[in-house]
Design a protein around this ligand. Structure first.
Ligand code: SF4
Length: 263
């Protein structure tokens, strides 16, 4: 089993996590903004639109993108801090190789050296343990092109049949439910339908923490008088403005305590 070359405290002191709460140069840097780039927040599958301010090829701030149809300028706390990640001091910008004689236990190597080592190790592991010794886990927030490349890499470079992505745990069950209910394996309606609904039924999702901007769509429905039913296998605080909460398992036998519930 691999051992870390330093104690946990030493590793954290050298590589983080550290707080990074200000843009490069600080809040009062007074930069002239060279350009504003329209892009997406990359932190969750909602992909909110955001405008990043750039100075000298570095992200130094952001502006709301009011015309973006999904989030209409809104961002959750993760999206608000997202632009600070580019200049975060903990970012690993160059390849490092374990070397117990080097200060901190790692030494910097060139990209060519790093990639050569990766290739030789992949070949060694495949020769010793077979193609399926590797598994590849992709991500739901990647673009189509990146997902395509990861599939190609798994099949053609690694020769592995073990390829999956984090959507297996959430979107596959949602896709199967949508297919059975509506005949398509994805949400069949636009988000703009949510505020128009008379009943919003949320099954097994902590919307406020996992899809924060969607919460505002649900509140708009509530403000119109829609009933909100939350079927929650755990417990999260966001549905406190619910009409009714249905708990799964033994708790389902308990009566709902919401004052407006008539069930
Ligand atoms: S909901 Fe938050 S984390 Fe997700 S894309 Fe929007 S700003 Fe980013």
């Amino acid at each position: 089993m691999a051992r870390t070359p330093l104690s946990d405290d030493e590793l954290i002191a050298r590589f983080g996590p550290h707080l990074n709460q200000a843009p490069p140069g600080g809040w009062d840097a007074g930069f002239e903004v060279d350009k504003v780039v329209e892009t997406h927040c990359c932190f969750c599958g909602q992909q909110c639109g955001i405008k990043l301010k750039v100075h000298d090829n570095e992200v130094v701030g952001f502006e709301p993108w009011y015309d973006f149809p999904f989030n209409e300028g809104k961002l959750c706390p993760k999206g608000v801090k997202r632009y600070l990640q580019g200049s975060h001091p903990d970012r690993l910008l160059r390849p490092m190789e374990r070397d117990t004689s080097a200060p901190g236990g790692f030494r910097e190597v060139s990209w060519d050296q790093a990639l050569d080592r990766v290739v030789s190790e992949i070949r060694r592991i495949r020769a010793e343990h077979g193609d399926d010794a590797f598994a590849m886990l992709s991500g739901v927030s990647l673009t189509n092109e990146k997902s395509y490349l990861i599939g190609k890499f798994a099949r053609l470079a690694l020769h592995t049949a073990n390829l999956d992505y984090n959507g297996r745990y959430c979107m596959v069950s949602a896709g199967a439910g949508n297919k059975k209910a509506f005949g398509v394996d994805r949400a069949p309606n636009p988000w703009s339908d949510i505020p128009l609904a008379d009943v919003v039924w949320v099954a097994g999702s902590n919307v406020a923490e996992t899809f924060p901007i969607t919460t505002s769509y649900i509140w708009r429905a509530r403000d119109r008088g829609a009933r909100l039913i939350v079927q929650d296998p755990g417990w999260s605080r966001w549905p406190e403005r619910r009409t009714c909460t249905c708990r799964c398992g033994p708790a389902a036998t308990r009566p709902c305590s919401a004052p407006s519930c008539t069930s």
